[in-house]
Every structure is written in C-alpha cells, then in structure tokens.
Design a protein around this ligand. Sequence first.
Ligand code: FEO
Length: 393
Amino acid sequence: MKIKGNIYYVGVNDRTKPLFEGMWPLPYGVSYNSYLIADEKIALVDTVEVDFFERYLDKIKQVIVDRPIDYLIINHMEPDHSGSINLIRKYYPEITLVGNKRTFDMVAGFYGETGNFLTIDEGDSLSLGCHLLRFYMIPMVHWPETMISFDETENVLFSGDAFGCFGALNGGVLDISMDTEWYWSEMERYYSNIVGKYGSPVQKALQKLQGLDIKVIASTHGPVWTVQIPRVVATYDRLSRYATEAGLVVCYGSMYGNTEQMAEAIAEGASEQGVKKIIMHDVMRVNHSYIIADVFRYNGLAVGAPTYNGALFPEMESLLGKLVCRDIKDHYLGYFGSFSWSGQVVKRITEISERLKFEIVGTPVEMKYGVKPESLELCKALGRALADKILGK
Ligand code: FEO
C-alpha cells in the first residue's frame, strides 16, 4: 500500500486482542502501523506487535522482495511497536537501529540488543538517497524516549503514537479513501486513556511541529492523515489543553439502587437548571475507558457510591485513581455517598479530591440507609449547584 512517493504502509491489524495495554477495550480492533521507505537505502519506521510478525514480514517482502533493510527508525519503544525488533534483526542482520540515547537503553533492556546502533539527537538528519529524515524529540508523548521523524522530501511526519487512535483499518489506509467518522470518538478515547496524563508534553510537541510543512501524518495507530490533518491536530490540541464542553457526567456505584437514586436526583437538579448534556455511567457496568473519555470531554463530574467493607466502593476507588493520575484540569466536581453503619465515602472522596485538580462544588451528600426525600432534595441542590458552574452562571 503506497502512501506517498516510495513510502509504503506495511502495518497490520489486530482484531483479536480484547484489551490494549491489558486495560482498554478494543471493540473495533487496533492497527499497528509501520512504514517502509524504499530509497537507495531502505528504512523501516517502527515495527509491529510480535504476534503479527509473519504477516508483517510478508508485507515487507512484497515491497522490497530480497533487498536488505538498511535502517530501522525507532520512534517509540512500547512493545506494540518495538516487539518485532529481535525478529527483524534475525531476518535483516545488517540492519542499523536508529534512535536516541534513551531508545537504546530500552532496546537493551527489553530485547537484549546492544550493537549496530546509530544514535541521533534533536534536529539530526539521515539521508536515504533521495529522502532526508529529520528527527525531533517529543519526550513523554507518552514515553521518555519518544521521538518523531519528518521526511523532508515528501513532507511526511512519522509521528509515533501522536495523532493515533483505536480502531483497525478496514481496507483503506489513507483518510481520503475511507469514511473516517467513526474514528473520532475512538481517537478521543485513545488520547484520554493512553496519552491523557501528558497534556503539557503534547502541547510542547505541537509547538515544535508548527514550523513543519506537513502533508501527511503517518502515526502508529489508525488512519494515515492527509486532508483531515487540521481536524486531527485540533483534536489533539483541544484534548491536551484539557478544553471541555458544557456537560455533566454522573458516575455512580450502587448495590441496591439507593445510591443510583441519589445520582438520578443530581442529574434532575442539573437538568432543571438547564444542563442539556448529562451522561449517566454505572461504574460497574461501563468500562472505565469510556468514562475517562467522557470526563475529558465535559466540564462537570458528579461521583458517588456506597461504603463497602468500611471503605469506598472498590470500583469507584479504582476509577478515581485513574482520574487522579491523568492530571485533568479545569473541571467541576460534586460527590455523594451512602452507608448503613459507617459512612466512609464522602471522607474518602474528599481525600482523593485533594489530588484531583477539580473545583469542588456544593456540599457533598451522604445518606444513611435507604432513600429519603430530604436526601434526594440535597442531591438535587448539588445538581443545581453543579449546573450553575457548568453553564458559567
Ligand atoms: Fe502504541 Fe505507546 O504504543
């Protein structure tokens, strides 16, 4: 599959793995993108998950037949892209690995490979004959060794995970040859789940790219972007600034429906006050991957759950832990809980909220035993208070 000039797509689809990074659902699969530049010298840009090596090697050989590969450019060392390094070296023993100092520490650590390295640094270039590749470091997008490679001859940016998304490639590779509409929500889920903690490094990377005349973005996951580059860059810019829309995510755990009714009262209060976008998530039934994506999108969050074994309902503890470690900014938070003999939820969420960078809104509601009208009224009031903040009243 030709991308531009003599740059080829040689990536593979994974439609069998249920969870990316062992955590995040892949209902539509994922692609591991790799590219081959067939110039006087041949360069491979990143590899693929090792389970797919056989079909990967077939694709490479369809392009270059028996020619050797001169360089393997390693933009990112996470094993979904570096996993085939050992086997590539076995089939192409003369290949030179191209990366930065941090890359090779990881290559040695993950794969035991210690030789035939070409160490490059910020702004260095590599000529393949006609093509000139220039390298830029983008640390913590989303690993410390991460870099991008820009083909100055064809204006193609090999961006690693940056600008990637979940979803396998269903036939086409270039955005211009497919209906991309369903990828956008998968891009937001990918960003918020995988890269979400690193908004500031992503912003620095975007600034670094501003001076480049990019015609193609060839990332490691999802479509190769051409005509939709402005939308892709705008999406990553918005998400990495933690910019939001007006809306409320109400996320709850409930064993017998009492805490669920508190959540519904909060939603009612917010609705009465004019919030139109309200999303309810049962923390046990909805995978946290989707909840995190919605939290990134909307500026209001209400969370609540029962006390369980003298502690916060475990699945809510888990969700809040995931939110804390993403450094999400500029959000409003209300919270609530229930208990039968030892109320721990409000106390625990108060502790956690000190590590969340959310503005606390209203008074937390804690309810003993079953639902009572006065508790529901307090929840409605909390919903109204959240609404005022969400809508900027
Ligand atoms: Fe797709 Fe960070 O690896």
